[in-house]
Each structure stands twice: as C-alpha cells, then as structure tokens.
Design a protein around this ligand. Structure first.
Ligand code: BG6
Ligand code: MG
Length: 221
C-alpha cells in the first residue's frame, strides 16, 4: 500500500530543467565545445559538481579543482539569473491540482531534490506547505543515483521505502529510487525513462488511484 509520495523538483514539479540545460550549455560554449540535449540527460538529477564532471568529460577537458569550483559557481549564477522571475506559472501542467488532491487524501508528501536551490525555488512557487518533509542537495553526501536522498525523505515522512512512490524525470533519479526499494513513476518521455515502473507525460489527467491499481495487479513489482 502506498502512503508516501516523494517528488523530485526540477523537471517534475517545475519547469527548471530547461534552465539547468541552458546554463550548462552556456558554460560549455565558453569552454569551446558543443553540448546537446541528449548529453544533457546524463546531467539531470545529479549534483552540481557531478554534473560539471560529466560536462567536462563530454568536452574532453581536464581542469584543476580551483577551475572546477569557479565554473560550477559560474553555472550556478547563470542558473539563478533564470530563476529570478520564477512564479507559479512555471509549475508543470497539472502539478498544483495533483498536490492539492493528494494532500486531501492524506498521503504523506516529501521532496527529494539534488538541488541546493530547492528551498528558494519552493518559496518562489509558494508551495512549501504541501510538503511534510523536504530533502535537498544540502542534506546529503551522495548524489543520485545513490539512494541516500530518497531514504532520507522516506525517513522524514515515516513511510518505509516499499510504501513510497517516487516521481522522477531523470535516469539517475529513477535508479536512485529503485535502489532505495521504491516504486517510480517517470515524468516525461517514455523512450528515455524506460527504466521506471510506469511513465506519464505529465500530471495533467493523471489518476493516482488507477496507478495504484496498476501497481497492485502487476506481479513484477
Ligand atoms: C537537480 C537537477 O534537481 O539538481 C540537476 O536535475 C542539478 O540538473 C542538481 O545539477 C543540482 O542543482 P543545483 O541547483 O544545486 O545546482
Ligand atoms: Mg529532476
């Protein structure tokens, strides 16, 4: 029985994944290499420093720790500039309705985001009150695909992993949730997110009761 819902933030609740991509692409351009959307899939979900390592690998760039620190900060500045006008309009389709409905049905709700900007983003979106527990990038040692952040979230809402359902848009996040022993719904493109238990294109018209029935009837989960 599912009684805890754990949400990733960027690309699941709010349309910020495109800003992360924009900021990394700008940095790549300044470092003189091209970076595309396919490569960007690998950066989704992972911490800022891990993402930088992956980006530099794509560009075949070796750098000192100091350069890496400066570039990660620079990327974060570009990203934060994109966030300056963030509002409820940036919530992804159907999210607010879904959060409201699930809250009424007394599910425990947690956030599990790798982002160190998560709290600022929730504040701009004015949706902090929906969450019983917030786990963000400042609270973990290991980045997704490590399960640490999901285990922290499940602990925070006092729901054992097998009673938690995770919503994720990143391959690293799906892997992390599975390693934590949770069910995962991928939000996005089913071709990309094929490792999830179920994939939805958005929360618009998403019916949680139907999804639960699907999981209960599926002997493989
Ligand atoms: C995740 C994003 O939510 O947060 C990643 O999917 C990002 O793309 C990571 O690298 C860390 O974010 P931040 O805001 O701490 O740089
Ligand atoms: Mg995400």
């Amino acid at each position: 029985l599912i009684n805890g819902l754990i949400f990733d933030l960027d690309g699941v609740i709010v349309d910020t994944a495109k800003y992360h991509y924009f900021a990394w692409k700008k940095l790549a351009k300044e470092l003189n290499f091209a970076f595309d959307e396919n490569q960007n899939e690998a950066l989704k979900g992972v911490s800022r420093m891990q993402a930088l390592e992956l980006l530099l690998n794509f560009g075949n760039i070796k750098a000192s720790q100091e350069e890496k620190r400066l570039w990660a900060n620079r990327k974060n500045r570009y990203y934060q500039q994109c966030l300056s006008n963030l509002s409820q309009n940036d919530l992804l389709p159907g999210v607010l309705t879904f959060l409201t409905k699930t809250k009424e049905r007394k599910y425990k709700i947690a956030l599990a985001s790798s982002s160190k900007n998560a709290k600022t983003i929730l504040y701009h979106l004015k949706i902090e009150n929906y969450f019983d527990f917030i786990a963000d990038g400042n609270m973990v040692q290991e980045s997704k695909p490590d399960p640490e952040i999901f285990l922290l979230a499940s602990d925070g809402i006092k729901c054992p992993p097998n009673a938690c359902l995770v919503f994720e848009d990143a391959l690293s996040g799906i892997q992390a949730a599975k390693s934590a022993g949770m069910l995962v719904i991928g939000v996005g493109n089913s071709k990309v997110l094929s490792t999830a238990d179920l994939v939805i294109s958005s929360f618009d018209n998403f019916n949680l009761t139907e999804a639960e029935a699907y999981f209960n009837n599926d002997s493989s989960v």
